[in-house]
Design a protein around this ligand. Structure first.
Ligand code: FAD
Length: 413
């Protein structure tokens, strides 16, 4: 029997074991997947919890329901990978042997990495929505908050779902209007990026949407610390931004065991070839999803598109063939913009988000870089597709490699 061990049964790991179990012979391959608990969170839903759109119980399901028969699901905390002996050590003392290892332990917000963040004001005037606990606490806060300076903040890139803080800001603006208290709130969007987003065309468009909503943009802000007593964000170059309510996306980091195992970079992401996801240092180790260092968005959509190329390559590899498939960095993200509308962006390593129609050129039903009701409905409908199609490794009716069909590269807006 040959053994493949997958670390992490989140979005990427779950999709991969579903696809691999359908492809690799049960007589020849044992597949094991490890996670620390049995609760699978639909993380895109965290965004909508603070505004009361989703309840926590609507975005959490038992993890084991998504792991197919013929895959061993092991619960336990991963402590270390011993790559010289091809073993994984769990904190419980259990040892797993592998021939191939697939790292899919994602990335986690680390508020402990910014001085002053987790202190006297944590979950009083400083909140995050990148965890279910944080999103739930923020909902309770927003229900009673009577206004002031709302600062939405990103500590450092990369973060998972890099558009989520912008979505939060647009939704907060709409929420405050609905509650007839927008005139009592000054909103500032604070980012380490130069503009609203990473790529020029979408950055201009999203920056324009902040301005239209009277939201101030503070760019190039590298946070140094937070003073909880004066409730002030302070940058490395000593700029100060006072807040009454800070909604922050803390530094995101890969799992600590990756550092302990000598497999990661300075943020504990695993360096891999960006087209095959194979470790740059170990031929029998791959990393997929947010855990890798590929220069694509850390997003479920990227994990999904990457899994298609990865599994095809993996099967070629284990049959002794050359890996012929190449992941192109395809990302596809809906962006909630408030008032029942949303945008969509579709891009890859080489092509920035451009205007147009998706997935059917000229028809849609979705519109790229344009706010529409259909895009908003697409975002809401995605939760169903996540639980029923995506996690189970079924194909979605969109190509896994990015297509230029329907895009308008000459348009500057
Ligand atoms: C607020 C928010 C909004 C988002 N919106 C979108 C969106 O609209 N579209 C989109 O495509 N993506 C979105 N994402 C991103 C998406 O959720 C992630 O990119 C995706 O879940 C990544 O999958 P993954 O498998 O790499 O990591 P995860 O799904 O996070 O899974 C990692 C797994 O590893 C396990 N693990 C970690 N460390 C250990 C350890 N030491 N021992 C045992 N188990 C461990 C964890 O328990 C977890 O189950 C959003 C994320 C957030 C937070």
């Amino acid at each position: 029997m040959r053994r493949v061990v997958v670390l992490g049964a989140g979005t990427a790991g779950t999709m991969v074991v579903n696809k691999l179990r359908r492809t690799l012979s049960r007589d020849d391959w044992q597949i094991t997947i490890v996670d620390q608990n049995d609760s699978h969170h639909y993380q895109p839903g965290y965004l909508l919890v603070p505004f009361g759109v989703y309840r926590p119980d609507e975005i959490v399901k038992p993890r084991h329901e998504f792991i197919p028969d013929g895959v061993d699901l092991v619960f336990g905390e991963i402590n270390r990978v011993e790559h010289d002996t091809n073993t994984v050590l769990l904190s419980s003392g259990r040892v797993l042997l592998y021939d191939y290892l697939i790292i899919a332990t994602g990335t986690t917000p680390r508020p402990d990495q910014t001085p002053g963040m987790v202190g006297s004001q944590w979950r009083k005037s400083i909140f995050d929505f990148y965890t279910l606990d944080g999103a739930t606490a923020l909902k309770d806060k927003l229900e009673v908050w009577d206004g002031g300076r709302l600062v939405v903040h990103i500590a450092e890139m990369p973060i998972k779902c890099p558009v989520a803080p912008l979505e939060f800001t647009f939704l907060a603006d709409a929420f405050l209007h609905e509650r007839k208290m927008r005139d009592r709130v000054e909103i500032t969007y604070v980012t380490p990026l130069e503009g609203a987003f990473t790529k020029p065309v979408s950055s201009r468009r999203l920056g324009g949407m902040l301005a239209e909503r009277d939201i101030k943009l503070e760019g190039d802000f590298a946070v140094d610390r937070i003073d909880p007593d004066t409730r002030t964000l302070i940058s490395m170059d000593e700029r100060e931004i006072p807040f009454d309510l800070l909604v922050t996306v803390p530094l995101n980091m890969g799992a600590d065991y990756i550092a302990r195992s000598g497999l990661g970079d300075e943020l504990n992401y695993v360096p891999v070839d960006k087209h095959t996801l194979r470790s740059k240092t170990h031929e029998n180790i791959f990393a997929i999803g947010d855990a890798s260092d590929i220069p694509a968005s850390k997003a479920g959509s990227v994990a999904h598109f990457a899994a298609e190329a990865f599994v095809d390559n993996f099967v070629e590899l284990v049959h002794g063939d050359v890996m012929t498939h190449s992941f192109d960095g395809h990302a596809n993200c809906f962006i909630e913009s408030g008032n029942g509308k949303g945008m969509l962006i579709d891009f890859n390593y080489d092509t920035e988000p451009l205007p147009g129609k998706y997935p059917v050129p000229g028809i849609g039903p979705f519109s790229l870089l344009t706010e529409t009701r259909a895009n908003h409905l697409g975002k809401l409908g995605f939760r169903w597709a996540y639980w029923h199609l995506l996690l189970r490794g079924h194909p979605l009716p969109v190509p896994s490699l990015m297509s230029m069909a329907g895009k308008h590269p000459d348009s500057t807006d």
